[in-house]
Structure formats: C-alpha cells, structure tokens
Design a protein around this ligand. Structure first.
Ligand SMILES: CC(=O)N[C@H]1[C@@H](OP(=O)(O)OP(=O)(O)OC[C@H]2O[C@@H](n3ccc(=O)[nH]c3=O)[C@H](O)[C@@H]2O)O[C@H](CO)[C@@H](O)[C@@H]1O
Ligand SMILES: C=C(OP(=O)(O)O)C(=O)O
Length: 420
C-alpha cells in the first residue's frame, strides 16, 4: 500500500491548478444515463472515484470513451443494457446511488445495491427513496438491494425534503427531467455542484428553473439530447490548499478557484488570519500574521462545508487561542482527531463539537488516513509540523485528490509518495 512521507516546516509559495470537482463530475457522468446521445464532459479530474464511475456506467452498457490523449475529456452515452448497480461497485463509492433516479426515468426500472454507511456516518438514503415514490416509483428492499420500477414512467409531483440533502436533490432532479409533467423540489440543496448539474441538464434539453435556490422546478421532457459541458473547478480542493497555505504561512495562487463557490470558507479563512484575494480566474491566499482560533459550524451551502471541516481543524491546531468546531451534517466525522492529537494537537471531542486548544507546534508522526478529507487534514498537519510524518492508507486520498505530491512539491513542500 502506498504512503506519503512529509517533512514539515516549509513555507508554500507559487501556483496550484485546481482540478475539476469530484462532487460535480460524478453526477455529470451519471447524467449521461439520461440520453442515448453523446454527453461530452471536459475538465475531468484523474481520481479514483471517476474511474469507479466509469466502471459503473460501463456496467449499465454505457460507453465511456476518452476524447483527448490525456483522458480529461470523456464522451459518455449509449443504450442502457443493464439496470443493475452491483454491491461491489456501490460499496466502493456511495455516489453510485445516484444512478437510481436516472435508470428509473429512462429504463423505468432499476436494481441498485444499498450503499450502507461509511467512516463518517450511517448515511441512509430514505429521502432518495421517498422522493422517487412520490414520483410514482414502486420500491422494494430485498437482499441488500433497492428494486425499483415505474412501468408507465415517472410522474411529476411536489417533493418537500425535510433536510436539504445534496444526493437526494440530485437523484430526484435527474429523475424528474424525464417525468411526465412538473416536479417541484422544495428545500432543495443549493450546493454549486447542483447548479453545475442543472446547467448541463438544461443544455441537454431539460427544463429546470431555480438552480442555486431552495426550490427547483422541473418540467419533464420526452427525451434529452447530447451536450458539451466543462466540469466546474473543485471548491473543496481549492479550500484544502488554502489551509495548506495557512498552516505554512504561505502564499498560493489557486488557479481556477472561485470565491463565490467557497461560501463561508472565505470568511472563516479571513477570521483565522489567512488573507483571501480574488483575482481573474484565481484566488490568492496568503498569511503573514499569526493564525487565530475561530469557531466553525458545518452547514449546507452556503454555510461552512463539512468537507472542509477536517482540513480547518488541522490548521487551527496551531492557531492562537481556542476554536470550537461543531459538525452538524455527519454524526461521526471526527476520525482525524486522535491522529492529530498523536502529532501534538490538543483537541477534545464532546458529542458533535470539538474544542481545539492551539499549540505552539505539531510534531511529525506515523499517522493513518480514515477517510478522504481526514487524509488531507493529516497532510496539512504534516506540512506545518516539525519533523517527519508518514501517512498510510492513502487510497482514501486518491479517491478525490489528483497528484497531491506533484502539486505540493511544485510549491515548495517536501513530500514523497512511496509505492509498494
Ligand atoms: C459525492 C458527493 O457529492 N458527496 C457529498 C454529498 O454527500 P451526500 O449527497 O451523501 O450528502 P447529503 O447531503 O445527502 O447528506 C447529508 C446528511 O443527510 C443525511 N441523509 C441524506 C440522505 C437521506 O436520504 N437521508 C439522510 O438522512 C446523511 O446521512 C447526512 O447525515 O454532500 C455532502 C454534504 O455536503 C458532502 O459531505 C459529500 O462530499
Ligand atoms: C464525503 C465525501 O464524499 P462521498 O460522499 O463520496 O463519501 C467527500 O467528498 O468529502
């Protein structure tokens, strides 16, 4: 298993190109299930989850072919030959559940493995299922699979989500594009990745209004066409490198990053003493003064994203004063805390909140990654620490971050990937 060795204490300076967003790209690929024509996606990141999604789409009979030599533009489309999403793929990547709505909408049936929980929480999919039932689907759970059918096709209706779930909004939104009549999703999630998906679906001929607001109105159409779409830049990758600049007192230009996508992250960086400057097609982040403790509460967009919580915690471990981080989205997203404490951090968890008492410095240690963002929080800690940190189980990181060692080395970090 590969691992990273990080020798900390180097200031990061220079430019990092932010890749296409994992959490937009995966859903945009799934949108390829909604048409028999070709969907051409560019700015595709080279990460393991995108590979897994290619495997899943091919399992459904959909062709996924690179258009350029590097495979950063993909052509997706074709007839659906299987409506089954098997356990071995879904258990690898929870976003696989998003094929359920599109399969039902186009093929009128689906058999999708239940995803189960993961390291950060139990993560039920009840809102996806209830919403699809509202659109007329018959759903039966059997042998760990969701068996769903809508022989006459889905029919539009009003769906009130009790919580603004990102995945449920996306599943229902895609399903509704081919339903008969009008669907209204109330209390829809407003994450920028959903707006990116809506933009692409509308290019494919869907009729969706309200992107970026809490109410999506979808007028179903007979069929969707092919289209071309560039995946938005990854706001979480952008925020992650901003924390790396923050802990090292660095100065980074994050190419492709957009302030408007970062929501509450910008204000929180500034409160912590990291300056954020908007430039043309880039964000510049730098820190000259001390890091200061801040309080954070994770919330749906435009609030502070749960996917940035672990990275901020690593940075705040060496801030002046205390910080309180409250996690409201997932019930078990503090797995990085014991590892950060092994590096000298002083963090106590009480229920859904963590108190971080800033220490003078962290010290390198062997640590273990538990999930995607937790992995990067340990890299951030390692970059700011004295001495050497070895991070193992980095397959979690490979799910969602491309070329971490290359990007960080190019801006002055001492980081090495050891392949075994
Ligand atoms: C691939 C992808 O885009 N993943 C993102 C997506 O995950 P995902 O789409 O799974 O996140 P949701 O917004 O659906 O989940 C948020 C909370 O709602 C709960 N819930 C969700 C659905 C449901 O049917 N029932 C239910 O109880 C979940 O268990 C969780 O506690 O949004 C999360 C919240 O911004 C991010 O952290 C993930 O990175
Ligand atoms: C939690 C994440 O992803 P997923 O929903 O795919 O587990 C994430 O991107 O931080």
């Amino acid at each position: 298993m590969d691992r990273f060795i990080i020798r900390g204490g180097r200031r990061l300076e220079g430019e990092i190109v932010i890749g296409g967003a994992k959490n937009a790209g995966l859903k945009l690929m799934v949108a390829g299930l909604l048409t028999s024509e070709r969907l051409i996606l560019s700015n595709v990141p080279k990460i393991a989850d995108i590979e897994t999604m290619q495997t899943l789409l091919r399992q459904h009979g959909i062709a996924v072919e690179p258009v350029d030599a590097e495979g950063r533009t993909l052509s997706i489309g074709g007839p659906i030959t299987s409506v089954e999403a098997p356990y071995d793929i879904v258990s690898k990547m929870r976003a696989s559940i998003l094929v359920l709505g599109p399969l039902l909408a186009r093929a009128h049936e689906a058999r999708v493995s239940l995803p189960g929980g993961c390291a950060i929480g139990t993560r039920p999919v009840d809102l996806h299922l209830k919403g699809l039932e509202t659109l007329g689907a018959k759903i039966r759970l059997e042998n760990g699979y969701i068996n769903a059918s809508a022989p006459g096709g889905l029919v539009g209706d009003r769906i009130l989500l009790p919580f603004a779930s990102v995945g449920a909004t996306e599943n229902l939104l895609m399903a509704a594009t081919l339903a008969k009549g009008r669907t209204e999703i109330v209390n829809a999630a407003r994450e920028p990745e959903i707006s990116d998906l809506v933009e692409c679906l509308n290019r494919m001929g869907a009729r969706i209004a309200g992107a970026g607001t809490g109410t999506l109105v979808i007028d179903g159409v007979e069929a969707l066409t092919g289209a071309e779409h560039a995946i938005m830049a990854d706001r979480i990758e952008c925020g992650t490198y901003a924390c790396a600049a923050g802990i090292t007192g660095g100065d980074l230009r994050l190419i492709g990053g957009r302030v408007r996508d970062l929501g509450a992250v910008v204000r929180t960086l500034e409160e912590a003493g990291v300056e954020v400057l908007e430039e043309e097609n880039a964000i510049r982040v730098r820190r000259n003064g001390p890091l200061k403790g801040v309080d954070i509460m994770t919330e749906p967009y435009p609030g502070f994203p749960t996917d940035m919580q672990a990275q901020f915690m690593a940075m705040l471990a060496v801030a002046e004063g205390a910080s309180m981080v409250t996690e409201t989205i997932f019930e078990n997203r503090f797995m990085h805390v014991p590892e950060l404490n092994r590096m000298g951090a002083r963090i106590n968890v009480h229920g859904s909140s963590a108190i971080i008492r800033g220490v003078d410095h962290l010290s390198g240690a062997p640590v273990m990654a538990t999930d995607l963002r937790a992995s990067f929080s340990l890299i951030i800690a390692g970059l700011g620490a004295q001495g050497e940190t070895t991070l193992s189980r980095i397959y979690h990181l490979d799910r969602g971050y491309e070329a971490v060692d290359r990007k960080l080395s190019a801006v002055g970090a001492d980081i090495e990937r050891i392949s075994e």
